[in-house]
Design a protein around this ligand. Sequence first.
Ligand SMILES: Cc1cc2nc3c(=O)[nH]c(=O)nc-3n(C[C@H](O)[C@H](O)[C@H](O)COP(=O)(O)OP(=O)(O)OC[C@H]3O[C@@H](n4cnc5c(N)ncnc54)[C@H](O)[C@@H]3O)c2cc1C
Length: 270
Amino acid sequence: MANRIVIIGGGFGGLACAKELGNADCIVTVIDRRNHNLFQPLLYQVATAALSPADIAEPIRKTLGRYRNINMLMAEVVGIEPTAKRVLLDHGGTVEYDRLVIATGSDYNYFGRDDWRPFAPGMKTLHEARLVRQRLLLAFERAERTTDRDTQRDLLTFVVIGGGPTGVEMAGAISELGRFMIDRDFRNLEAEQFRVMLIEAGPRLLAAFPEKLSSYAAAYLKRIGVQVRVVNVFSTSPAKVSSSRARSSRPAASCGEQVSSRPQRRSGLD
Ligand SMILES: Cc1cc2nc3c(=O)[nH]c(=O)nc-3n(C[C@H](O)[C@H](O)[C@H](O)COP(=O)(O)OP(=O)(O)OC[C@H]3O[C@@H](n4cnc5c(N)ncnc54)[C@H](O)[C@@H]3O)c2cc1C
């Protein structure tokens, strides 16, 4: 019998592996809880209304359709039994394998502040990107409806926490979106009322990159109107984010490091 290979996860890693095995002498089953592959690097463009969700998602079946030896199952893997060599699916079924590839990606790390999660969604799924987009656009709509200048300024102050690549991209995209919308679409709002802050707890933006690039990113963000704060964020509440120098009512997104996400372990695994 041909080798049965199960790949959990139809993201970048899982699909790259599946394509390598396409039309080889084996039977491949790709299992993903979603039926589409998501191009995550463009999620922030969905969040800032520059792209629509359909632009960055493609059905996994379409991507793999040309390989007759590859099957796709939409299901969540809830456990692995290595002794019996099978994976357990959320709807109760099982799939047996000779070889198993786990490519389940990563999840956001809120650095010990999981209580921020409901107020500042991550940026890993279309749902989260839509949520951020909805909050951004609704803030502008509410600001347009009120005549109180303080309320307007409050509604138009956005805070992005985390100066890694996603935070830098998000802050830049919100700034460009806001200025464009105020200029073109909103009659009661003025550009001076609109603020975007990027707060980073470490010593500089893009800490994983060379210092030269951090300085370039900081200078570029400043040029497009983002206020960069490199400080320790010490407290939050649902309505307020405080740091030693910034105070705002609108945490738009929290852009943390990513940590691995694995299917839950079941019997047979330590
Ligand atoms: C906002 C953002 C911007 C980024 N920008 C860049 C960039 O500019 N350049 C760059 O190189 N990288 C970028 N990345 C990182 C890049 O997207 C990831 O490194 C890449 O997606 C990782 O691929 P992966 O296959 O490991 O995981 P993923 O692409 O996340 O795929 C994992 C898959 O596993 C599935 N899955 C997880 N658990 C289960 C389960 N239990 N059962 C079934 N299915 C499951 C998920 O549904 C998902 O489809 C960015 C990421 C984000 C979030």
